[in-house]
Design a protein around this ligand. Structure first.
Ligand code: FAD
Length: 389
């Protein structure tokens, strides 16, 4: 196995002009500094609240680096450029913090519209949705706690279940695979149960529905093993998306405030081992599982490549997908694609104000783990030097 494929910056940044690289260097220089990220976050939120013209600045800097555009049409050029390099797109229309039934219905309708518009487009084989964009966060929390629901909550929950079925059933009809995002620990039980219900219904002939497993949680490997065991004789197959997890700091804070044991592994090393073990579990059960490995960690990507080789799985096998977020780890995405693996980028799109929580998460994530951002910076600088030589 050639262990240096991710160092090729010429392939990684082929799509980017010099000014894109300078913009990215500027951004990563800011977001590697925790203090600047805190200032940026607070300032952005205050300015948006006061209706000050911050959207213009965001759109030309952080938004243009991490997002595709305000609507589907404005993403099309990026999608087709990426596809010309064998990289697929997963359109993610961001809406967060929805609170009422009308907005959940709108959100569900939008997912269906996206599935309709990407069906038959080879560049976009997946759709994605965040469960709490189609149901109330506190309701997911209540259902996750297994407490008894009253009549009105039962009615509300039946609407959430109906929306899950609507999206997944439609995905099956249009032959689009669907990734269900993982969220905070306190809402995840309900999401897991619903995801299994979707797989039971729609993963019978092919794997359409993928649930996300966050390996920064110390209980997830056990969950995976128990779930595999419980359904070992059933007709359907599993789809799993493996991630480390995006809410670490929030989860730790919530656990501290709520006086319960943090669901997050105590060290990064334990998370990494968990991730490795989950990857191995996927390969041990490949007859029953298709999986999507969603990580910017080079070692994890190499591990999957290595295991594919050892298990005799073709690089192009649709049982295994790799994925990164748009604006991050192009060195992994484009070099994997060049080698012939199946790889996709999540491409968030939508109005700037809708994407602010997503952008703040990206900034905070990059400031929390210096390794990730400084690696991005080194690669960007390396490519600029290469172009000047
Ligand atoms: C395509 C795609 C889809 C995604 N979908 C989701 C999703 O649905 N839900 C979701 O929650 N996240 C999602 N993520 C984000 C993901 O969970 C990670 O936050 C992000 O990818 C960083 O992890 P990594 O494996 O790329 O890299 P790494 O840099 O190797 O790992 C960083 C991660 O390790 C963990 N970590 C860091 N320090 C510690 C510590 N001290 N103790 C314990 N753990 C630690 C954290 O999870 C942190 O995010 C997605 C990411 C991608 C690329």
């Amino acid at each position: 196995m050639n262990n240096n494929i991710f160092d090729n910056t010429q392939i990684a940044f082929k799509m980017k002009k010099n000014f894109h690289l300078y913009n990215a260097i500027f951004l990563f220089n800011i977001i590697t500094r925790k203090m600047l990220v805190t200032i940026f976050t607070n300032l952005t939120l205050v300015m948006l609240k006061m209706n000050l013209p911050i959207k213009w600045v965001l759109k030309r800097t952080i938004y243009s680096h991490f997002c595709g555009g305000v609507d589907l049409d404005s993403c099309m050029e990026i999608i087709s450029d990426m596809h010309s390099m064998n990289v697929h797109s997963i359109l993610d229309y961001s809406v967060e913090g929805q609170k009422n039934e009308a907005s959940f219905e709108r959100s569900c309708k939008k997912k269906i519209e996206i599935i309709n518009s990407v069906a038959n487009n080879k560049a976009i084989p997946f759709a994605v949705f965040k469960p709490t964009s189609i149901g109330r966060y506190d309701l997911f929390k209540l259902v996750s706690s297994k407490k008894q629901l009253n009549d009105s909550q039962n009615h509300e929950w039946s609407n959430v279940v109906r929306r899950f079925h609507k999206i997944c059933k439609h995905a099956l009809k249009m032959n689009i695979k669907i990734l269900i995002d993982a969220e905070e620990f306190e809402v995840q039980n309900a999401i897991d149960d619903l995801s299994i219900e979707m797989m039971l219904n729609y993963n019978v002939n092919d794997v359409i529905v993928y649930n996300t497993i966050q390996l920064y949680r110390w209980d997830r490997l056990d969950y995976l093993k128990k779930t595999l065991n419980k359904y070992k004789n059933s007709e359907f197959n599993f789809g799993f998306k493996l991630v480390r997890g995006a809410y670490m700091e929030k989860e730790r804070l919530m656990a501290k405030k709520g006086h319960y044991k943090s669901p997050i592994c105590s060290t990064k090393l334990i998370t990494d081992n968990n991730f490795d073990n989950a990857v191995e579990l996927m390969f041990d059960n490949l007859k029953k599982i298709d999986f999507f490995v969603a990580t910017h960690n080079e070692r994890s990507n190499y591990k999957v490549m290595q295991l594919m080789k050892e298990s005799g799985i073709k690089k192009s096998s649709l049982k295994v997908w790799f994925g990164q977020l748009y604006g991050m780890s192009d060195n992994i995405t484009f070099n994997l694609a060049k080698e012939g693996y199946n790889v996709a980028k999540i491409l968030p799109f939508g109005p700037v104000e809708n994407l602010v929580p997503y952008l703040i998460r990206r900034a905070q994530e990059n400031s929390s783990f210096e390794g990730q951002s400084s690696r991005e910076l080194n690669l960007l600088r390396k490519e600029l030097i290469r172009r000047k030589a």
